[in-house]
Write a protein that binds this ligand. Structure first.
Ligand code: WT7
Length: 630
């Protein structure tokens, strides 16, 4: 593709990077995928190991419950580890890890396989069977990776809960998944302080009654309560004779569940997105390779947390499926100084760096000098994910961090899609603020209110028209809601919940959520998560939460609260409510502003009209309010 006739501002990747890229010309892939997209995916799947080949590539007989590679047998953990052991990768670093205090651990593929087997044996000895759910609640430490891979090895379904979530978030997720085993760390380091993960878990376990075994990883060493008969130390368990280096793996059907991951939706409780061994494996393998261009000798750093889909797909599974070297850092970006990340890119010679717009905007605020102090010339590919990247941040990233040589691969996707859906290949012409075109084999469109294509340059609803291997299969416990949430708004199409427009060159510009999902610093929260935390406080009768645009975080939360009779709004009550949300949901959910009100705008059927609140907060016209009750 040449950029000669493209509209708007266009950038290019250096010739060196383009020459090195796996995909020299996306047109070749597009053509192949257009001819037969199922075969296109099957060819990619052929790079991986299958104990038994699939009978059918795609079974769409029970739409929208699509199945991929049916009849096929594989195991993603085998493909991440065992598959590499008979090659030179046996001695290659699978993981480089740095802790916030500066301690370092590395593991070869050989070692990571051993650790995974040892812990998988421990899980087996606790009676964890194929299909059982296991909740994992830790910071960014190596054990989170071994725990995930160990579950996958024996066919257990992992449910990772982000270490920044707190008591009620963890309780709901343990309860809904009915986990019998919880793997937790004593604490995690965050900006020089310790987050007491085990204490939070203890409180959650008082509320949720399903857990029988708690495995505790010692990370910080602060004192924790160990309940006899329930709690055991990870390091003691993996030293037992049962924790041998050999662990018989479970041969999985392609469609067997691999993990559930809770994410916030339009209303109500977080939904458990379910992904499977076969399709998810193929999608994350392909996009890590082709979009992020992971190559054999690369050191790959995705700065996300394994507690979110980005970490699942692009810290753990995607890089390891490719036999790559994945780097993980425990701490926060600007601590103790805003060069912490750049220092590590230099120290480890990171080649591919994948982060979020909010982090980039945060760094910009500190000026160029912090980055300029470091030699960042090892970088070849830059990635962005989580929310739209504003052109100013894009150009700063491209110029200051990438020195005008690295493409910014702006990847649009979701927990539900499992893998990148829209992004440029490194060889594509790049437009700051747009991810470009969908991955080959995937068709997307922007529709108007009535479900007709909105046409070029018109904002509308972003939908996906073709099934893809790593698509969400269902909501664990709630297949009916799965159908309603994603497949009913525009029959036959998957509805993303985002608005977007397509420009004259076919480039897709994602604008943002059109539902009650709020993206705060790229983290996905729901209005309902914050509202239910607020009303669980004794002073609160009713609450509404909205997202309001913010320069660095993308959005921040504003909450409106109706107090119970006899309660008085005050600064100290505001502080108490903010603290309460931090304790129940997690620090990321803390509202920036709480307003005490007498009434909330509602429809006649009693639904809170958040868009009216939002318009008001932004000083805009609320539009059509004819359905308002009062
Ligand atoms: C929502 C999904 C963190 C992994 C992906 C996020 C927004 C994500 C982009 C992007 C514009 C983006 C969308 C999407 N989003 N990436 N590159 N450009 N918007 O997964 O937490 O499930 O959130 O994030 O609104 O629907 P998630």
């Amino acid at each position: 593709m040449t950029g000669d006739k493209l509209t708007g501002e266009v950038f290019y990747t250096s010739e060196e990077t383009r020459n090195k890229a796996h995909i020299k010309d996306r047109a070749v892939l597009d053509l192949k995928a257009k001819k037969d997209y199922k075969k296109f995916w099957a060819d990619i799947a052929g790079d991986l190991h299958w104990f038994k080949k699939w009978d059918e590539i795609l079974d769409d007989s029970k739409k929208p419950f699509y199945k991929w590679f049916t009849g096929g047998e594989t195991n993603i953990s085998y493909n991440c580890l065992d598959r590499h052991l008979n090659t030179f990768r046996r001695n290659k670093l699978a993981l480089i890890w740095e802790g916030e205090p500066g301690d370092v651990r590395t593991m070869s593929y050989f070692r990571l396989h051993q650790e995974t087997c040892r812990f998988a044996n421990v899980l087996k000895s606790m009676g964890v069977n194929k299909g059982d759910r296991v909740t994992i609640y830790m910071g960014r430490i190596p054990e989170i990776i071994t725990a995930m891979l160990a579950c996958a090895r024996i066919g257990a379904v992992h449910s990772v809960v982000y270490g920044g979530f707190s008591v009620e978030s963890l309780t709901e997720r343990i309860e809904d998944s009915r986990s019998r085993v919880l793997i937790v760390a004593d604490g995690s380091y965050q900006r020089g302080k310790v987050v007491p993960l085990k204490d939070i878990a203890d409180e959650a376990l008082q509320r949720a009654g399903t857990v029988e075994h708690v495995v505790v990883v010692k990370r910080t060493g602060q004192p924790v309560l160990m309940e006899p008969g329930r709690d055991m130390w990870y390091h003691e368990l993996v030293s037992l004779p049962i924790a041998s280096h050999n662990c018989q793996l479970e041969v999985m059907s392609a469609e067997d569940p691999l993990f559930i991951l809770y994410t916030s939706g339009t209303t109500g409780k977080p939904k458990a997105i379910l992904h499977t061994h076969g399709g998810y494996m193929v999608g994350t393998y392909a996009t890590t390779r082709y979009y992020l261009d992971l190559q054999e000798e690369d050191r790959f750093w995705c700065s996300a947390d394994p507690g979110w889909i980005t970490g699942h797909s692009y810290i753990v599974y995607g890089p390891l499926l490719n036999g790559g070297t994945t780097f993980m850092y425990e701490g926060a970006p600007y601590h103790p100084y805003p060069n912490r990340w750049w220092q590590m890119i230099e120290k480890y010679g990171i080649n591919i760096f994948y982060t979020a717009p909010t982090a980039i905007r945060g760094f910009m605020r500190f000026g160029d000098a912090w980055a300029r102090r470091h030699n960042l010339t090892s970088l070849r590919i830059l990635g962005s994910v989580g929310e739209p990247i504003n052109p100013e941040a894009w150009k700063w990233y491209y110029n200051v961090i990438g020195n005008g040589k690295c493409p910014v691969i702006d990847t649009w996707w979701q927990t539900e899609t499992g893998m990148h859906m829209i992004a440029p290949f490194p060889t594509d012409p790049l437009k700051p603020g747009s991810g470009g075109l969908p991955f080959p084999g995937i068709e997307m469109d922007v529709l108007d209110e009535s479900g007709k294509p909105a046409g070029r340059n018109t904002e509308g609803y972003l939908v996906i028209k073709t099934p893809w291997p790593s698509m969400v299969r269902t909501l664990f416990n709630d297949p009916e809601k799965f159908r309603q949430q994603y497949w009913e708004r525009f029959p036959g199409y998957y509805f993303t919940g985002d608005s977007a427009r397509i420009d004259d060159d076919g480039y897709i510009w994602v604008i943002g959520r059109v539902d009650d999902v709020i993206k705060v610093s790229g983290y996905r929260l729901g209005s309902a998560d914050i509202e239910s935390a607020l009303v669980s406080h004794p002073a609160v009768a009713e609450a509404a939460a909205i997202g309001v645009p913010h320069d660095i975080k993308g959005n921040v939360i504003h909450a409106f609260v109706i107090l119970r009779d006899g309660q008085q709004g005050s600064e100290s009550l505001t502080g108490e409510l903010v603290k309460h949300i931090g304790h129940e949901v997690g620090p990321i959910a803390k509202p920036e502003k709480i307003e005490f009100v007498d009434k909330l705008p509602k429809t006649r059927s009693g639904k809170i009209m958040r868009r009216v609140l939002k318009a008001q907060a932004m000083g805009e016209d609320p539009g059509n309010i004819s359905t308002i009750e009062d």
